[in-house]
Design a protein around this ligand. Structure first.
Ligand code: ATP
Length: 514
């Protein structure tokens, strides 16, 4: 894949997803609905496995974290209290010539990313010429890197000040000063910057008026906050403790491009960790590391992840950072770790008139806990896993294969069982192996075409093991097991298959490595 352009690779991912039943456009027969996607038969399995791994890593292995499943609809005052009605906005700007709409902050961030690229190129160039690199070259490289870095710093500072002061004229001025052009029209003919609320709303009951407007939740977190006391009391939870949940969230994104990276309906996996005030920064650091380790455990490559501290803190946070992943279109946010203080619980306390405190029996005092949140998008995670796993490999003899090197624990099928030929009792033996395995593993059965073609089909959907039943199997109760990544084959006893698949493909194997 190294010679393929990133945009072409991204197109390959999208068509691979469709061709092999991972992701389809929503309501495709009606030409689709913008930024909404459906997961197909392979995608639903992969997504479920990612969700299961997250759930087990957050809930099952932590005695002090429990999971809930709150409703999508919530009392509308929830969103007034959380600040979403007044402040869940994105700054948007239109180009008057192309009539295309952009997020002003994204235009500026992309400009900064281009300067960062220049720095990386300088450093790469210097590294290549390392052997005959003299002092003059060193000085001039250094000067250029410093100049770029200064530019980035000054843009970032100016942008942060503009956002904090909610000064939208200044945001526009930054875009003009940086001479940012619309990628479609190539012009700098911009409208003013305006704020746009991202929440979808609908109404309950038969009468539609202002009083029965309800929102589709834009994040799952608030379902946790409003249930904090229910869970704490009924679960007799002691600080520090966490509440986790996975579920759909909805945002009327202005620019919804990049496939499942930015959708209008998506799934979040969030955990709010309630802590004693004053200990939140330690827990913030703890969860930053723990969550990065979780991503690294997938084995997609440590170089694909980095932290990015937030320049502008959300209205509720006293520290925030993203774990970014290197998507085919660059490093972008995958997960957010936020120290949310006691903002949300205090707001809900005020708006509901109900006390949301914790009685600390060690100190005999009551207080509102602080919260550290981890929030990851399941669909973005799916894209990161899929994009890092899809490979086009050259084989001996000029042939090639498309393979998804998915972490085996996440693969939709753990194994595929093939009878070598459709006669001599081989299908019967293959089916009986399949029957034994299917209660514990997702297993595919395939008897069409040559074994080579069947291998290719399984490679393309990421099945880690192909089990072939041949004539020898009838005699000695052994089969060949072919490994997806190395394409090597071993002969193993049928009786050992269950153990091999458990060892190599269970989510527990990932959990133990955490
Ligand atoms: P971005 O800056 O990319 O819009 P955000 O900072 O608004 O994201 P959060 O509110 O922190 O995102 O949401 C937590 C996580 O939910 C994100 O890290 C991301 O993985 C996921 N997420 C947010 N918005 C979307 C979306 N429109 N489509 C898919 N996933 C999303």
């Amino acid at each position: 894949m190294s010679t393929i352009k990133p945009e072409d690779f991204f197109k390959n991912i999208i068509s691979h997803c469709k061709e092999y039943g991972f992701i389809f456009q929503s309501s495709e027969i009606y030409d689709g609905l913008s930024a909404v996607y459906d997961y197909g038969q392979m995608g639903a399995e992969l997504k479920k496995n990612i969700r299961d791994y997250w759930w087990k890593a957050m809930v099952q292995i932590h005695e002090n974290i429990v999971g809930i499943d709150a409703a999508i609809f919530m009392h509308p005052t929830t969103w007034k209290a959380s600040g979403h009605v007044d402040a869940f906005n994105d700054p948007l700007i239109d180009n008057k010539d192309s009539k295309k709409r952009y997020r002003a902050d994204v235009l500026i961030e992309e400009h900064v990313a281009k300067i960062e690229d220049k720095i990386n190129k300088e450093v790469e160039k210097a590294a290549k010429r390392f052997e005959n690199f003299d002092a003059d070259m060193f000085r001039s490289t250094n000067a250029r890197v410093k100049e770029y870095q200064d530019k980035i710093d000054s843009i970032n500072i100016r942008f942060k000040m503009a956002l904090n002061a909610n000064n939208l004229d200044e945001v526009k001025q930054i875009i003009l000063d940086l001479e940012i052009v619309c990628p479609i029209s190539g012009t700098k003919n911009w409208t003013d910057v305006r704020q746009f609320n991202l929440m979808f709303n609908t109404s309950t009951g038969a009468v539609t008026d202002e009083s029965n407007i309800i929102y589709l939740r834009p994040e799952t977190a608030q379902g946790i906050f409003v249930n904090y006391l229910n869970v704490q009391k009924t679960g007799r939870m002691k600080l520090p403790f966490g509440i986790a949940q996975t579920g759909k969230a909805f945002r009327n994104e202005i620019v919804a491009r990049q496939f499942i990276f930015r959708m209008r309906e998506f799934e979040q996996m969030e955990m709010q960790f309630f802590v004693k005030p004053g200990t939140e920064m330690d827990w913030y650091e703890y969860w930053k590391k723990a969550r990065l380790n979780w991503h690294l455990s997938l084995g997609l490559g440590a170089e694909k992840y980095r932290y990015h501290d937030h320049l502008k803190l959300a209205h509720y946070a006293n520290a925030a950072c993203d774990i970014e992943h290197q998507f085919p279109f660059g490093f972008k946010e995958l997960e957010g770790i936020h120290s949310r203080t006691d903002f949300d619980l205090k707001q809900h306390q005020e708006f509901s008139g109900k006390k949301l405190q914790y009685f600390d029996s060690e100190t005999n005092e009551s207080y509102v806990p602080y919260v550290v949140e981890t929030s990851v998008g399941l669909d973005r995670l799916f894209l990161s896993v899929l994009a890092s796993s899809l490979k086009e490999e050259a084989l001996e003899g000029g042939d090639s294969r498309t393979v998804l090197n998915l972490p085996p624990a996440l693969a939709p099928y753990k194994a595929a069982v093939f009878p070598l030929v459709k006669k001599d009792g081989l299908p019967e033996l293959a089916e009986s192996i399949m029957k034994d395995l299917k209660f514990d593993f997702m297993v595919a059965y395939d008897e069409k075409d040559t074994v080579g073609k069947r291998y290719r089909r399984q490679d393309a959907i990421g099945t880690p093991f192909c089990i072939t039943v041949d004539h020898q199997s009838l005699e000695d109760k052994t089969v060949t097991i072919r490994h997806r990544d190395t394409m090597k084959q071993d002969r193993v006893a049928i009786a050992d298959l269950h153990k091999i698949l458990t060892e190599k493909t269970s989510i527990n194997s990932l959990l133990r490595a955490l």
